[in-house]
Write a protein that binds this ligand. Structure first.
Ligand SMILES: [Zn+2]
Length: 212
């Protein structure tokens, strides 16, 4: 039944409503870039995106499309998603740049878990291989940036321990891992904790962090 629905977007306004977590967002991004969990792949395609929920709403600030490899984002590289429709794979946003095509993946987490305040989507093939089908895993049949991924995530909240484990593996998107938390710090800590658990021989720096 699944048919490809292209991601579409509509700009509400060119100015993003100001938000005060900007420095925190860039600090988290820098750590992810250093670990090469976001960036640009050998084909020149950027990967990885971060978002932060706007207060208690279902709206969220998310990195713009194709910004994965940018060292420090300016305010112009962020967008705010202010409305969305899973079925149509559509978002309305504020900003001068287009939101990540994986915005609906983030939206599915905020919709499913009221406590989720931040989401990280990164690529880590080692972690992906280690926890595929061990951690909550979305169906291999669904590609990234599709309505089906969003539905899969909502399903995983019901049938797996995603709510407490706060990490999922995208079987149909090689290397694709998503973590979330009450804030970016927690979403990042979940990621580091899983990396440490799944690969005991990694750089000692990972062992210094307190597990999530
Ligand atoms: Zn991805």
């Amino acid at each position: 039944m699944s048919k490809y629905v292209k991601f579409t977007h509509e700009r509400a306004r060119a100015e993003v409503t100001p938000f005060d977590r900007f420095a925190e967002l860039n600090a988290c991004r820098r750590k992810l870039l250093q670990l090469r969990l976001i960036g640009v792949d050998s084909n020149g395609t950027s990967f990885g995106n971060l978002s932060v929920r706007d207060g208690a709403t279902r709206n969220f600030y998310i990195t713009g499309s194709a910004t994965g490899g940018v060292p420090d984002l300016t305010r112009a590289d962020w967008t705010k998603v202010v409305a969305y429709d899973f079925e149509r794979n559509w978002v309305r946003y504020e900003g001068s740049t287009v939101p990540s095509s994986e915005s609906l993946t983030h939206a599915a987490i905020y919709k499913s878990n009221a406590m989720a305040g931040a989401v990280i989507h990164c690529h880590d093939s080692t972690l992906w291989t280690a926890i595929l089908n061990q951690a909550p895993t979305s169906s291999k049949a669904v590609g990234y940036g599709t309505p089906e991924v969003a539905y899969e995530i909502m399903r995983l909240f019901k049938v797996s321990d995603l709510q407490s484990r706060k990490i999922l593996v995208m079987a149909g998107h090689e290397g694709g891992v998503v973590t979330f938390g009450g804030d970016l710090e927690e979403a990042f800590a979940v990621l580091i904790h899983e990396r440490k658990e799944s690969s005991p021989c990694v750089d000692g720096a990972f062992h210094k962090r307190t597990p999530a």
